[in-house]
Structure formats: C-alpha cells, structure tokens
Write a protein that binds this ligand. Structure first.
Ligand code: BGC
Length: 569
C-alpha cells in the first residue's frame, strides 16, 4: 500500500517536472544583441560533415547494391541538369586525402554516413554481407582514429537499398523497422568497438516530406497528406528499436551514444503582438521539429499536430486521422530514446496564420494553416531557400532547451551554399555566415543551452540532391569537371580553422584580422584553380565571353534604336 503510494507520488512528481520543463519558451523575448566576444566551454567539439551518396561516388563498385538515390538520379528530369552522384567527389577512393584535409584543420570529429546498400546490397542482413563495403568503412574509421579525429556515424542519410523500396514499398511499410534494425545491429557489431557516436536518421523531415509528399527526393512518391506521416511514423519506430537494441545488446560493452539528427528552420511570428501569429509560428516548429522530437522525448506527437491533422481529416470525411496513432505500449517504447539530439539548422522564416479550407485537398502543408514569409533584406547567397538569419539559430536552440528538458545537443549541420558560375574561392559570405551563426550558438550556450559540439556542413562541395552540383556547400571547392576531382580550399577553411584553434572568438581585434588573413591565402588558391585548363575555360566563358556578348547586344540594340528614330524623324 505504502509502496504504491510512494510510486504514485514519484510518478506525479515526474509529471510535474516534465510539464514544467515544457512550454516555458518566451516568444516575445527576441534579443538581437550585438556580436559576443568569448570562448566556448573547454572540450567543445568542432567538426565537419558529409554523407555517403553526396560524396562517395563508386555507385556500382566492389559489390555495392543500388540505393533509391541511384535509381532516382538516373531518371531523366529529376535532378538539375540530370546530374547523378555516380562518381561525385570520389570520396570512396580519396578518403585518405580528405582525412589529411581534416587533420590540417585540426578537427575533433568527422560526421559521415554509411551507405546501407554498400554493406548490404539487397538491404537484408540475412542475404549477403558485402565485406568489401565493410572494409571501406573499417579503413575510414581506423584512419580517422589514427589521426585523432572522432568518427560520428549516421546510419541513414537517405540511401535506402532499392530492393527494399521495390519489394516492400520502403518507408511506407512497417517492415523497414526491423530491416533497419538488422542493418544497425550489423554496424554496431562491426564498427561499434571504435564508433561511439551514432546517429540513426538524418533529417527525417526531409525523408518524409520531400521523399513521400512532394516527390522532389527519392523515392519520388507524391502521396499527399498521408505518405509523409506514414513514413515518419515508421522512422520514429525504427529509431526507437535501434536505440533499444543498442541499449540491451551493446551499450555495456561499447559505451556509445545513440542520437538522431533533426533538421529544422526557425519560425518567427510576423507580428509579435498578435497571438495568432505566435500560435502559427509555434505550429510551424511543431510540424517541423516537434513531429519527431516530441515523440522521442515525450512519447507522442505534438498535441497541435494531433488536433490539426485530426480536425482536417474529419472535415475531409475520413473516418480516422491521417496522422497515425501510437499505442500506449509504443508510446512508452519510444519515449526517452535519445542519448543526444543532433540538430541541423540553416535558415529562418517569418510565419503568419493562413487558413486552408477543407476543399483545398490533403497535404502536410495545408494541415498547418500557416504561411511562410521572408524578409527581402535577409542575405541570400546561394540556395533559394537559404537566407542568412543568425538570430534564428539562438531562438531554435533555446526552444529545444525549453521543450525537451535541455537535452545534450550536437549541432550536426550548419552552413551555407553559393550559386556561382565563375569560381571564386574567396567566400566572404560563408565566413560571415559561420561567424554569425557560430556566435549565436555561443550566446545560446550562455543562455544555458547544452550544446556540446558543432559540425560545419560540409567538408566538400558535393551532390546536392535534386539540385545536383549547382549548389556548393563545401569548405573545399571540388572541381567536378576534372576526373581527378581535385579539392581547393576556400577562404572559409582558414576562417573556420581560426575559430577552432581559439575555441571561439577571443577579442575584436583578432577576430577582425581573421577574414583579412583568410582572403590573402585564398587569392593564391584562386590562381592555382585558374591554372586548371578546364576551370580556366569555364572562367573564360563566364568572365569574358558572356559580358562581351552582352555588351555587343546592348550596342547593337542602341544602334538599331537610333536607326529607327532617325527614320521616324
Ligand atoms: C541534408 C544535407 C544537405 C543539406 C543542404 C540537409 O538537410 O542533410 O544532406 O546537403 O541539407 O541542402
């Protein structure tokens, strides 16, 4: 009786702690303070990231099976300029060179992903293990460790074995949960003696929405209003299963950590004095980050998602919500299955309420009842979706702290692209982006957010999914037109190196000199690059031919116009 009473009390207390830990995010307090000079806590980890399909190439070499991205990219019209990741940066062959680049930068960690079909060509552990694939990752991990670089390994960065898509329907099918668990278990068995940081999924929002709702990404399904929710549901279960497998079978021996990498933009209310805008912004975040984080931290989907999707499904005459439901057993199984939260972040949106009538049709986007806006003043150097809004990063980090009980966070992705025809290694805007975003992260740490490490995205320019090679996120420029795929440092390499060696931003005088010094070094790399005959040719086209043709056109039009005028007079 007494034991029961105590248990109940403990339960109640836990609930109170949990509830009071949630929801104390102050929407109205957006301090856009000036640059903060200071350093990160001792032991803060600095790294860079990549993923298998984006960089490895060797898509059909040494027994690798096909992934959904191999197939998708080979279909005409799916990728900008019909490019593919067939050879990409040839990272499969050049990983030794790449590790030298990392060593040079004095990085603490390298985040990369394992290609599931490279080690399990048919996706199934029971069918065939490709030892050559295993050897590749063994060599990569060993060399990283020899160079005192910690491997941070993502198990799923979007490249599902094609066989699993064809046979079972991929993430639409619950059977993926156990197939993925078998694959993860194999990775723990073969690499877990050396790998201590595991990320189950990279950006499940993108897998769900872009892969199964809009179809811009592999497998290219357009199952509007249902496909994304179903995929996400199975991904959450798969993550939890892998966490439990590790916990029961490997944790005591290997002493590693299992996390997930969630990517989210920040959503800021357009009008802070309007409660409906605040609620719309909160919905935006819950449909983005909360969709995955709330089940994993608290055991179920965010209340607001259940309400909105449920209500809309009812209005559409459906008998049940399009958002799947977790059973009570599933809720307790998935709750608390993150040892650390990986956070990817790039940009921000303003958000306002917008009502989508029920006749509008099923869609994840319409379910949210909101509109996204951007400030035209925000710098927009590369990808059309990526505006540089550093203060949004601090807001997001504080939101995570308030909603999920201040978990341990590793920033697993943050960076900016450039979209330029002519090559310029003096990437001023990227240095600016890193300087400001990293500074906002520092402010968040001062606010009490538990951030342990930062991963710049990405080491190399690489295959940018549906955008092909047209967007370059790399600290290193890769010349994809040259079969050797040479890498050239952009100025931001030097800049990031300075942040790492100072563990932050020591003082104004020093920090201001960094950019200048970095630009000095990049001018010589620019010359190196220009000496490359192919690049030289590209530059000639973009820097000489295009302007000359344009000027000639303008001149000819002027002459023609004068001629017309004269005839009229
Ligand atoms: C993905 C990366 C990608 C980046 C920029 C992230 O969400 O995980 O693979 O390169 O977005 O588009």
């Amino acid at each position: 009786m007494l034991r029961r009473g105590i248990l109940k009390l403990v339960h109640l207390l836990a609930l109170v702690v949990c509830v009071s830990a949630v929801g104390d995010f102050d929407w109205t307090r957006n301090e856009k303070t000036s640059f903060y000079y200071g350093t990160f806590p001792t032991g803060f980890l600095w790294g860079v990231g990549s993923s298998a399909y984006q960089t490895e190439g060797a898509w059909n070499k040494d027994g690798k099976g096909m992934s959904i991205w191999d197939v998708f990219a080979h279909k005409k019209g799916k990728i900008s300029s019909n490019e593919t990741g067939d050879s990409s940066c040839d990272g499969y062959y050049k990983f030794k060179d790449d590790i030298s680049l990392m060593k040079e930068m004095k990085l603490n960690h390298y985040r990369f992903s394992i290609s599931w079909p490279r080690i399990l060509p048919s996706g199934l552990k029971s069918e065939h293990i490709n030892e050559k694939g295993i050897k590749y990752y063994n060599d990569l991990i060993d060399l990283l460790l020899d160079n005192t670089i910690t491997p941070v390994v993502t198990l799923y960065h979007w490249d599902l074995p094609q066989v699993l898509q064809e046979k079972y329907g991929g993430w639409q099918n619950e059977s993926m949960v156990s197939y993925f668990n078998d694959f993860a278990d194999l990775c723990f068995e073969r690499f877990g003696n050396r790998v201590k940081h595991w990320i189950t999924f990279n950006n499940p929002w993108s897998i769900s929405v872009e892969g199964h709702e809009t179809g811009e990404h592999a497998p290219g399904l357009k199952l509007r209003g249902t496909g994304a929710y179903k995929a996400a549901h199975h991904i959450i279960k798969a993550h939890a299963k892998v966490w439990h497998t590790y916990d029961m079978k490997w944790r005591s021996k290997q002493k590693g950590l299992i996390g997930i990498s969630l990517t989210a933009d920040w959503g800021e209310p357009v009008d802070m004095s309007n409660q409906r805008d605040i609620e719309a912004a909160e919905r935006y975040i819950h449909f983005y980050l909360g969709w995955f984080a709330t089940p994993l931290f608290h055991g179920d989907y965010p209340q607001v998602m259940k309400e909105y999707v449920g209500r809309k499904s009812g209005q559409q005459g459906l008998g049940a919500s399009r958002l799947p439901v977790f059973s009570p057993q599933e809720k307790s199984y998935i709750r608390g299955t993150v040892d650390f939260l990986g956070l990817g972040h790039y940009t921000t949106r303003y958000v306002t309420e917008k009502n989508y009538p029920s006749g509008f049709g099923d869609s994840y986007f319409a379910d949210r009842d909101l509109a996204e806006l951007v400030d035209p003043q925000w710098p927009d150097p590369g990808s059309e979706w990526l505006y540089s809004v550093p203060w949004g990063f601090r807001r997001l980090l504080n939101f995570v702290k308030s909603q999920y009980g201040n978990p341990m966070i590793y920033v697993t992705e943050n960076g900016v692209s450039e979209k330029m025809l002519c090559t310029d290694l003096c990437d001023d805007w990227r240095m600016q982006y890193f300087r400001e975003y990293i500074n906002e992260m520092l402010k968040a740490i001062k606010d009490g957010v538990n951030v342990k490490g930062y991963t710049a995205w990405s080491l190399l320019d690489s295959f940018e999914w549906d955008e092909g090679f047209s967007e370059r996120f790399g600290l290193y420029f890769v010349d994809f037109t040259n079969k050797d795929k040479p890498r050239y440092p952009k100025a931001s390499v030097q800049f990031y190196k300075r942040i790492i060696s100072s563990n932050g931003f020591p003082n104004q005088r020093e920090v201001e000199s960094w950019k200048r010094k970095a630009v000095e070094t990049c001018s010589s790399s620019n010359q190196l690059l220009a000496a490359d005959p192919l690049i030289g040719h590209m530059e000639m086209v973009t820097e000489i031919v295009v302007p000359t043709v344009c000027t000639l056109c303008i001149l000819l039009s002027a002459v023609f116009f004068m001629f017309l005028l004269r005839r009229r007079l």
